[in-house]
Design a protein around this ligand. Sequence first.
Ligand code: TRP
Length: 448
Amino acid sequence: MKIQRFSKIGFVMAAAGSAVGLGNIWKFPYMTGEYGGGAFVLVYLVTIAFIGFSVMVAEMLIGALGRSDTVGSFEKLAPPGKKGWKYAGFMGFNGIIIMTFYSVVIGWIFYYLFTLTTGLPETTQEAKGIFEALVSNSPAVSIFFHTVAVIIVGYIVQRGIKSGIEKINLLLMPALMLILFGLLLYAFTLDGFKEAFSFMFEPKWDKLNSEAIVRAVGHSFFTLSLGMGAILTYAASLPKEANITKTALIVTFMDTLIALVAGLVIFSFLFQFGAQPQQGPGLVFISLPTILDNFGTLGIFFALLFFLALAFAGITSAISLVEPVVQYLIDRFDFTRTKAVVFISILYWIVGVAALLSYTKSYGDIFSVAQKPLFDILEYTTDSILLPLGGFLIAVFVGYILDKDRVASQLKKEMGNRLFTVWRFSIRYVAPIALVFMMLNLIGIIKL
Ligand code: TRP
């Protein structure tokens, strides 16, 4: 099978582009707001450092040694008699489930980019009205922008690793960072910045309940794109001489930095005008535009920049959600890239339409199960069950199944002996145990 190779910088940007997504700019800030700030952030940072980073190295390693699609890499690396591990490779299909709702949200962002120029809402009430009109009352508009998102993402993936994925990441990632750091510079000058800083970095322990902990652990996986073979699939195209440990470190660092910057920017704006942080998923769609209205025309400019950054982040992640299955279909079923992309896109487009309809007033009932909208079911299943399960399988595979000498010979020269011992302990014990606890907790079997 022929797999194209990224350039070194191309790989870093593509992996970072996958990691930095709606999870960083949309989800992380609203979760931090909901769960009370500092203590939640601290748990998130600790998990990233002690579990997320180790699993990132493990997932990259599977791709870099396997050099195949998700299923093929597991199959190739599993020792004789343990080839059943190839089924772990089907974690790649989670990406398509995530895409069903991810592309709906990217669609909302496109809609905002279009309508923001006509002015910002003056009151939260008005902003709520706009968001609700879109999500609950305008299925046609939502479907239109969801379709646009599917087409853009499909087009990029169709162009392949080099001229699609690498190229777009080399363009959009620097642009995204420029916008966010520019906004941060401006946020520095606001009085709200100090408050934002202490909200995010002074832990208030009384706000930290077991739900917050589990959500922080879960989010650290989602934000690093771990547990479904996205990083694995990209790593199959890793340039030969690349240093896995260093690359994983850079990607983890960039992802965390961007989440923190996005949080600081949003909370500075919110606190500047006395808004509350615990608004839930509507935080960037409802509170932020209203707050920015206080800046007059400049506010429209900020809002456009912000939603542009959000769109860029979303697109670069979305392509990494689609690519694993596309690669799988190409390898296994001899699909052409175009055929694979069209097939997959149609599939998740349809489910995505059902998901977005589940939020509408007119069709909500049809697309809900036990009062739960399909949208939430898809999100919950991937976030709480499939991703941690994928992470668990990766950790166990690399920690126990994969030939130890092979792992050591690749990683020891990168990490040195001492760090390697720590990493191995994390991948064999800390990560699997934490992930099992998390899944059980989220499924509701046990309560921490
Ligand atoms: N990490 C992305 C975000 O933060 C989402 C994402 C992309 C993802 N690829 C993934 C999540 C693979 C889990 C697995 O928005």
